[in-house]
Design a protein around this ligand. Structure first.
Ligand code: NDP
Length: 276
């Protein structure tokens, strides 16, 4: 069966809208975009639109690509002290002259709705998370909705980035799964994948996971988003060769992507509720 991330994200946004309509003050999200990378600009616009749709207060802050580290830190500090703002997100990647880690660490952890601050990642590691990275948390929401009990399941995560693969593996471990994390140096990747009851792939390589690597009846979550030369969006998994043998699979587009933004809204509401 197809996991309809678009629909599940819509239902989450409706719940958030209903909640916001009962509040005296609107939850506020500030998104900082540095430079004019077109893909980042699209992500920021989508986040801003999603905020408006659920009734949040939203600030879209555009800064020139040549902003200095000190100027960017000062902007983050201003937002840390702004009572209208419950969540702060700095769109990544930043231009190479900026120190991304220092910028992320400058965000007040209780406003860190991306969940990337070391304090929030540390809490996730200790299974006492507050604000959790949006994409892995969104995947956990999708898995919950399928009704799969993750305890004791063999889960394989392909990709080990700080924003997706690593926190994803910890989320699954926190759900008592047995977790294998693969990266670009992993040997015999297909053998690892064949063991997976639940497979999560976040690499960024079109259709790198072949259908015959995947166990019959597995659940497959495809985080990858790749644009082909013909303009079509595809995931990291060969969807057509996989969909008939698995229990559940996410499509690309319309799977994990919409959940990431809906989860950002969920985190912003959590940060708001934590403050009052
Ligand atoms: P990164 O490039 O930061 O990380 C990719 C990871 O894949 C690395 O850990 C890398 O290993 C690993 N890798 C590369 N080649 C292989 C291989 N042959 N076998 C196994 N592992 C490999 O990417 P992101 O995590 O940021 O994003 C991954 C994908 O997810 C992209 O397509 C991105 O667009 C998409 N994405 C989707 C989101 C959504 O909302 N749906 C949100 C965020 C990302 P190593 O560590 O050794 O380099």
């Amino acid at each position: 069966m197809i996991i309809d991330g678009k629909q599940i994200a819509k239902e989450l946004r409706v719940k958030i809208t209903d909640k916001v309509s009962t509040l005296d003050r609107k939850p506020g999200l500030a998104v900082i975009l540095v430079g004019d990378d077109p893909a980042s600009a699209v992500y920021v616009r989508n986040k801003d639109n999603a905020c408006k749709e659920v009734g949040f207060y939203s600030e879209k802050i555009n800064k020139p690509a040549n902003i200095t580290q000190a100027e960017l830190l000062s902007e983050v500090d201003r937002l840390n002290h702004d009572d209208k703002i419950d969540g702060i997100l700095v769109q990544l990647p930043l231009p190479s002259h900026l120190d991304t880690n220092q910028v992320v660490e400058a965000i007040n952890p209780s406003k860190d709705v991306d969940g990337f601050h070391s304090e929030n990642i540390g809490k996730l590691m200790q299974n006492r998370a507050f604000l959790r990275p949006c994409t892995p948390k969104g995947v956990m929401t999708l898995l919950q909705i399928t009704g799969i009990d993750l305890a004791g399941k063999n889960c394989v995560v392909v990709g080990a980035s700080n924003i997706v693969g690593r926190p994803m593996a910890i989320e699954l471990l926190n759900a008592s799964a047995t977790v294998t994390i693969c990266n670009s140096k992993t040997k015999n990747l297909s053998d690892k994948i064949k063991q997976a009851d639940v497979l999560v792939v976040a690499v960024g390589r079109p259709k790198m996971i072949q259908g015959n690597w995947i166990k019959e009846g597995a659940t497959v979550i495809d985080v990858g988003i790749n644009r082909l030369d013909n303009g079509k969006l595809v995931g990291d998994v060969d969807f057509d060769a996989t969909k008939d043998k698995v229990a559940w699979i996410t499509p690309v587009p319309g799977g994990v992507g919409p959940m990431t933004i809906a989860t950002l809204l969920e985190n912003t509401l959590m940060a708001y509720e934590n403050k009052i």
